[in-house]
Design a protein around this ligand. Structure first.
Ligand code: HEM
Length: 409
C-alpha cells in the first residue's frame, strides 16, 4: 500500500489477499494518517472515519442515483452497455438504486412486511429450520458452515416470505451470486455477461410467478405487493420484478456472510458462548457486536447530486462518486473504545453495518432475528465447535465474507 499523506492519495489493490483477508490493519493506518483520501484504484474520494461515513450516508447532497438530476451527456457518462440490458432493467426499478420521490413511494409499499413486529412472527420457523439443518451434520463431527448452515437459512426464509417455491433455491443462489459480482471492483466482461444472463433468467422466472399470483393470490409477500395500494398507486410488473430480485438477493447475501464472520470471530477470540447467548438481551448484543466487529459489506458509494465542497481540499463535482467505508468506520477508535476487541456488552454500540439515512437496510430486523435465533442454537447444540484451519475471505473486498468455514467438534 502507498498512502501519500500530503497528496491525500492511496494506492492499494482491493484484490490483494493480504488486504481483503484482514482489511482492519490497513484501515487503522489509513484512518489515523489520512481518513479522507483519494483511492487511485477506484478513482474516487473515500471516507473511513465513523463521523464522515455516518454523516455522508445521511447527506442529501449525495444519492445512490444521479440520472434523475442530470443526463448521461451532461455528466460525460458512457452509454449503457448493450450486453447489460437485462441487468440494467432490473436495477432501473431497484429500491436501492432510486432516490426520492420514487424511492419513498416504493419503500413505503414494501416496508410493512419487514418491520420488527412482522418478522418476529418468523421466530419459531427459523428455530425449527436451524435444528433441522444441525440434525443433518451434528453426528458427523465436522461441517463446512457456510454452505450447510449459513446459506440455507436466509435463502429459505426470504424465498418463503416472497412465495418463491423452495425448489428454486439453487437457481436463486446461482442468479444472485452472478449478479452481486457486478458490485465488485472493475467487473470483467465475462462477469457482466454472466450477470446479465442471470438477470434475464431471474426476471423471466419472477414475471411468470407474478402472473400466477395475479390469477390466484396466496398469503405471501408477492401477492401482497401485487395487491398493495397507497394513494391509488400500485407496483408495476417491472417494479415487482426488480423489488423481488433485490429482496431475494439482499435478503441472503450479507446475512450468510455475517453468520460466518460472527462464528469465526467468536471461535477465534475464544469467547464464551454461554455468556454471549445467556439470554435474549445478550444474544441481541452479541449479534450487534459481531456486525460491528466484522461486517459483511465494507463499501457503498454515493453520487454527488451537486458540486460539494467537503473541506478546503476536497471538492466533489456533481456526478462524481464517493466511497463510504463501513468496515473502517466500525473500528474507529474515536467512536468505539478498544475497537479491535469483541465486547458484546459494550455501551458504545452504534455501528453503520446496515447503513444510515434513507437507504438504511430494509431487512435489518429480519437479518438480526435470523442470527439472534440461529447462533445460540448452533453454539448450544455443538459446544465443542472449533476452527479447522485458518478460514480465508473471498476475493471480493466489498462483500467481506468467508470462502468456507470448516469446523469440527
Ligand atoms: C447482515 C445482514 C445485512 C447487512 C449487513 C445489510 C446491509 C445493508 C446496507 C449497508 C444497506 C444500505 C446500502 C446503502 O446505503 O447504499 C442495505 C440496504 C438494503 N438491504 Fe440490507 N443488509 C443485510 C440484510 C438484509 C436482508 C435480510 C434484507 C431482506 C429484505 C435486506 C434488504 C435490503 C434492502 C431492500 C436494501 C435497500 C434499502 C433502500 O435502498 O431503501 N438486507 N443493507
Amino acid at each position: 500500500m502507498k498512502l501519500d499523506k500530503q497528496a491525500r492519495t492511496l494506492d492499494l489493490d482491493p484484490r490483494d489477499p493480504d488486504f481483503f483477508n484482514d482489511p482492519y490493519r490497513y484501515y487503522a493506518v489509513i484512518r489515523s494518517e489520512c481518513p479522507a483520501f483519494y483511492w487511485n484504484n477506484y478513482n474516487q474520494w473515500c471516507f473511513s472515519s465513523f463521523g464522515d461515513v455516518n454523516a455522508l450516508l445521511r447527506d442529501k447532497r449525495f444519492g445512490r442515483q444521479i440520472l434523475h438530476v442530470a443526463t448521461r451527456a451532461e455528466l460525460g457518462l458512457p452509454d449503457p452497455k448493450p450486453h447489460l440490458t437485462h441487468f440494467d432493467a432490473v436495477e432501473a426499478h431497484s429500491l436501492l438504486e432510486l432516490e426520492p420521490p420514487a424511492h419513498t413511494r416504493l419503500r413505503t409499499l414494501v416496508n410493512r412486511a419487514f418491520v420488527s413486529r412482522q418478522v418476529e412472527k418468523l421466530r419459531p420457523e427459523i428455530a425449527q429450520m436451524t435444528h433441522d439443518l444441525i440434525d443433518q451434520f451434528a453426528s458427523q463431527g465436522h461441517v463446512e458452515l457456510i454452505r450447510q448452515f449459513a446459506e440455507p437459512i436466509p435463502v429459505s426464509v426470504i424465498a418463503r416470505m416472497l412465495g418463491v417455491p423452495l425448489e428454486l433455491t439453487g437457481n436463486l443462489l446461482d442468479w444472485s451470486h452472478r449478479m452481486v459480482r457486478m458490485y465488485e471492483h472493475a467487473p470483467t466482461k465475462a462477469t457482466e455477461l454472466a450477470a446479465d444472463e442471470a438477470a434475464q433468467q431471474f426476471s423471466d422466472c419472477l414475471r411468470k410467478l407474478v402472473a400466477e399470483r395475479r390469477q390466484a393470490p396466496k398469503d405471501d409477500l408477492l401477492s401482497h405487493m401485487i395487491a398493495t395500494e397507497r394513494k391509488g398507486e400500485r407496483l408495476s410488473d417491472d417494479e415487482l420484478v426488480s423489488t423481488s430480485v433485490l429482496l431475494l438477493n439482499a435478503g441472503h447475501e450479507a446475512t450468510v456472510h455475517q453468520t460466518g464472520n460472527a462464528v469465526k470471530a467468536i471461535l477465534e477470540n475464544g469467547l464464551n458462548p454461554s455468556e454471549l447467548f445467556a439470554d435474549a438481551t445478550s444474544s441481541e448484543a452479541t449479534v450487534e457486536e459481531s456486525l460491528r466487529y466484522d461486517a459483511p459489506l465494507h463499501m457503498f458509494t454515493r453520487y454527488a447530486l451537486q458540486d460539494v465542497q467537503l473541506d478546503k481540499h476536497i471538492t466533489i463535482k456533481k456526478g462524481e462518486q464517493i466511497g463510504l467505508m463501513l468496515g473502517a468506520a466500525n473500528r474507529d477508535p474515536s467512536q468505539f473504545a478498544d475497537p479491535s476487541s469483541f465486547k458484546f456488552n459494550r455501551t458504545d454500540q452504534a455501528n453503520v453495518s446496515f447503513g444510515a439515512g434513507i437507504h438504511f437496510c430494509l431487512g435489518a430486523p429480519l437479518a438480526r432475528l435470523e442470527m439472534q435465533v440461529s447462533l445460540p442454537i448452533l453454539f448450544e447444540r455443538l459446544p465443542g465447535m472449533a476452527l479447522q484451519g485458518k478460514p480465508c475471505y473471498r476475493d471480493a473486498f466489498h462483500f467481506h465474507g468467508l470462502e468456507s468455514l470448516n469446523l469440527n467438534w
